[in-house]
Design a protein around this ligand. Structure first.
Ligand SMILES: [Zn+2]
Ligand SMILES: [Zn+2]
Length: 291
């Protein structure tokens, strides 16, 4: 009888191990070189990418490619192109850039809606105030993003808002089992209590109208974490100045000294003959285009 139990336990163990190995295997790695039109999109639209070193840019590109190979992006009642897809992937990679082994194992598909939608996922009619959401229940494994909010996040770099980054931060938060503002996978246990104290204090400041943090962050801890992350990745220097303790904590969580990054605000336009945005002094076609 005992032998039977041991055998059963072993079998169950082997089953879970196999399942883990097989599901890890499903994650496809990029083999092709990074397409140069995608590189132009990144240079033109993604400040974060522009501010990276050449080696980091290569890593970022690889992660973008990997994300797009493993996550489907589908337009719902709206046509989408490669720029939309690259921006979704960039939003996914920015928060976890310093964790190259990170996998969004809880995401299979991102649905792009034309604009705001309501709780029934309707894109017309009353009560449409949602710009993005992480699916639960029958929508598990899916994320919805409004196309206009996706683009707005990368066009306006001063408003501390980026809906797509916000939703990916919820997903990161969710990977440990609960969306509670504590990204247990990124935050070491001994920091959890100080982090919660800090969130409570910051939410309190929002209530007292003594904060420049998006008031939506006052909804709960999970929303605070997502909203503060938008701020951290879009205006790191400002966050470090106005909320030093919060900045420090976010730097710890995302393992990224974002305030050292030079996020340029002026938009660049890249063509084959234009000077390369990497500031090498060469033309784009003789420099980063063919990397
Ligand atoms: Zn949210
Ligand atoms: Zn270059």
């Amino acid at each position: 009888m005992t032998n039977l139990i041991i055998a059963l336990v072993l079998l169950v163990g082997i089953f879970f191990l196999l399942r883990k190995i097989l599901s890890d295997k499903k994650w496809v790695l990029p083999k092709d070189p990074f397409p140069s039109p995608w590189r132009i999109i990144l240079f033109e639209k993604v400040n974060f990418y522009h501010a990276l070193s050449p080696e980091e840019r290569a890593l970022f590109e690889n992660k973008i490619q990997e994300f797009l190979l493993n996550c489907k992006i589908t337009g719902i009642a709206v046509s989408i192109d490669i720029a939309d897809k690259v921006l979704v992937a960039a939003s996914a990679i920015i928060p976890v850039f310093r964790f190259p082994d990170w996998r969004y194992s809880n995401l299979k598909e991102v649905l792009i809606y034309p604009d705001r939608f309501n709780e029934n996922f309707e894109t017309s009619g009353e009560g449409r105030n949602i710009l993005g959401m992480v699916g639960t229940g029958y929508m598990e494994g899916k994320m919805i993003l409004s196309k206009s909010a996706l683009h707005h996040g990368f066009q306006n770099e001063t408003d501390k808002k980026n809906t797509a980054i916000h939703e990916f931060v919820h997903l990161i938060d969710k990977l440990d089992g609960s969306v509670d503002g504590i990204p247990a996978l990124l935050l070491e246990k001994q920091y959890t209590i100080p982090w919660l104290d800090l969130i409570n204090k910051k939410i309190d400041e929002i209530y007292k109208k003594k904060s420049d943090i998006n008031p939506y962050g006052g909804t709960n801890r999970a929303e605070f974490f997502a909203v503060a992350s938008e701020y951290f990745f879009e205006r790191p220097k400002l966050l470090a100045k106005k909320h030093p303790a919060l900045y420090e904590a976010m730097e710890e969580i995302f393992d990224h000294e974002m305030d050292d990054r030079n996020l340029v605000k002026n938009k660049i336009k890249v063509s084959r003959n234009s000077p390369c945005p990497c500031e090498s002094g060469k033309k784009f076609k003789h420099c980063c285009e063919g990397k």
